[in-house]
Design a protein around this ligand. Structure first.
Ligand code: ZN
Length: 113
């Protein structure tokens, strides 16, 4: 499962934040997830629970912020939300599109109690 690998990376980051918080618990984790990661929220949640077990993160609420895929055309400057794997510009039909957002996968915030 793709999401297990993604979540392993997320927990590497969480561990760096929580090493000094041995007597505290994480109550909430906000994760920013771009559409290009192809991560399924339910699978992310399941992976989150597996990784959280036995750590200060166990029982924390996972909040997922979806970031849509947004591209910009290098030829005409068109910019907007685009479908996965469709990189033809709706403005000028050029294929010179660059991705502005949608690849994100990071921890935006942790709430600790
Ligand atoms: Zn264009």
């Amino acid at each position: 499962m793709h999401e297990m690998a993604l979540m392993a990376g997320v927990f590497d980051i969480i561990r760096q934040y929580t090493t000094d918080l041995s007597d505290k618990n994480v109550t909430r984790v906000t994760l920013v997830v771009g559409e290009m990661t192809n991560a399924v929220p339910e699978a992310l949640e399941a992976a989150f629970e597996v990784h959280a077990k036995g750590t200060p993160v166990e029982g924390a609420k996972l909040v997922i912020k979806d970031i849509p895929l947004v591209a910009r055309c290098r030829s005409c400057g068109w910019e907007g939300k685009t479908e996965k794997h469709v990189f033809m510009c709706p403005g000028c039909s050029s294929f010179g599109m660059e991705l502005i957002s949608g690849r994100e996968l990071y921890v935006e915030s942790l709430e600790v109690e």
